[in-house]
Design a protein around this ligand. Structure first.
Ligand SMILES: [Zn+2]
Length: 449
């Protein structure tokens, strides 16, 4: 008893203390993340890293010994869950396979967390065992940053996997059913979190993965209890993939507006869809777009990227070939439209941003993506659900993504309400993972710019 009392005296200065006793948080607006209405003036209790009680102020009071934390005027929501990332390629101004190191992957995870992202799913451009090792170390509590899930080595037809030079030689290149089944078995043996496939002809550069082969991948993955995530571009492939019962589209249909029967198929087969709007949207501009100057986003960028990287990001909007801009805008119109159609149809849209492409930085890309999902017609509440509970459902993480009794205390404390303006998710005052506050100043200092 005395010993524990002494511990609690030291409690206010030691981080471990946050897990030792219970905390009573009071006064914030609480957005549960499951789509249910925000609780104004909420109270909640965190004990041992878990939320044990949630209610309105007055419904229950702090028990003796609880540490009381006043969050009046703040908004609390779950940390973000990002389902489509590629860590380990960008370090400052450089981008490439040579950056695929523990240091750079961890930097990406730290970046994500700084922007409020608690979980990221790497979608299949992972060389060797490094990402898998890091995931396991993280589960053992040895690394910081956003929680990493991995798809290991993804699978495509020859020359039709991930596009850029930096990714060369990483994906399986398969031409037979036995090869694709073997690839899935190998990845299952490495205990990946999902199987990633690419179904795309890469602008006519290569024949895409055939329906027979991707159906075999889905069949094999199900035997190992693994979900299949499919990169898609063409409407015709999306029709086949939905019928083959893949679990998610890792992109939207981009060559056309989705027709009614495809939408019905997406709903019926309960697919999750990651819009990945931001990577394409940034290429539709010919001068610096207003969103780049939004103060809170710009502030976070300044915290996490060097002036040289920021200058280069701006350079994207220098005068460009009008024919290319026109083409990109056409594709983006389809992306925008298809996000709206999926939302209207009630599809399971989740936050995915293809984060980790060149200058499409961890955390930054996610914050931008939320704004774009909203601009496509999703309500602020729908965007928050997509970025929290629905992402957790997709990743089969039942203990996070929602703020409710029994869930992990993974939450953001915001200075303003994202239901009023989705960009308020950038106004992060405090971040808690498993009930322990992350020191954001320390995290910021760790980031390699
Ligand atoms: Zn991707």
């Amino acid at each position: 008893m005395i010993r524990s009392a002494l511990r609690c005296v030291v409690a206010s200065v030691l981080a471990w203390c946050a897990t030792a006793g219970a905390q009573f948080y009071e006064g914030a607006r609480l957005i549960p993340g499951d789509g249910s209405p925000a609780i104004e003036s909420a109270v909640f209790v965190v004990e041992g890293g878990l939320i044990t009680r949630v209610g309105k102020r007055g419904e229950f009071v702090a028990s003796e010994g609880m540490v009381r934390v006043d969050l009046s005027g703040k908004t609390v929501m779950p940390t973000l869950i990002s389902t489509h990332v590629h860590p380990g390629f960008q370090k400052g101004l450089t981008y490439g396979a040579g950056n695929y190191t523990r240091e750079v992957i961890l930097n990406d995870l730290n970046l994500a967390l700084y922007y409020g992202v608690g979980v990221v799913m790497s979608q299949g451009i992972e060389r060797g065992d490094l990402a898998i090792q890091m995931r396991d170390e993280q589960i053992a509590g040895k690394l910081g940053g956003a929680l990493l899930l991995v798809a290991g080595r993804g699978i495509g037809a020859p020359n039709a996997g991930p596009g850029a030079m930096a990714y060369k030689g990483i994906a399986y290149e398969v031409t037979t059913e036995e090869q694709i089944r073997q690839a899935v078995r190998e990845q299952a043996a490495r205990k990946v979190n999902a199987i990633k496939i690419w179904v795309d002809d890469r602008g006519g550069r290569a024949p895409s993965l055939s329906p027979e082969l991707y159906a075999a991948a889905v069949d094999e993955a199900k035997k190992h209890n693994l979900r299949v995530s499919a990169h898609v571009f063409y409407h015709r492939d999306a029709v086949g993939l939905a019928a083959a019962k893949v679990d998610s589209f890792a992109h939207l249909v981009r060559d056309a507006v989705m027709d009614e029967s495809l939408l019905v198929s997406v709903i019926r087969n309960r697919l999750f869809v990651m819009p990945n709007m931001g990577g394409g949207e940034r290429n539709t501009h010919t001068s610096t777009p207003p969103w780049f100057e939004e103060p809170y986003l710009a502030g976070l960028l300044k915290d996490t990227a060097s002036p040289e990287v920021i200058e280069r990001m701006k350079g994207l909007w220098a005068p460009r070939d009008p024919a290319i801009v026109e083409r990109v805008r056409g594709i983006y119109r389809n992306v925008h439209r298809n996000t709206a159609r999926l939302k209207d149809a009630g599809a399971r849209v989740i936050l995915g941003a293809d984060t980790g492409l060149p200058d499409h930085l961890f955390g930054y890309a996610e914050q931008r993506e939320l704004e774009l999902m909203h601009s496509a017609g999703m309500t602020t509440m729908e965007v928050i659900v997509a970025a929290t509970s629905r992402g957790a459902e997709y990743l089969q993480l039942p203990d996070t993504g929602t703020l409710a009794p029994g869930k992990r205390a993974d939450f953001l404390v915001l200075d303003a309400n994202p239901l009023d303006d989705i960009r308020n998710t950038r106004r992060i005052a405090r971040t808690f993972i498993k009930g322990v506050e992350i020191d954001r100043a320390v995290l910021k200092n760790k980031i390699i710019k």
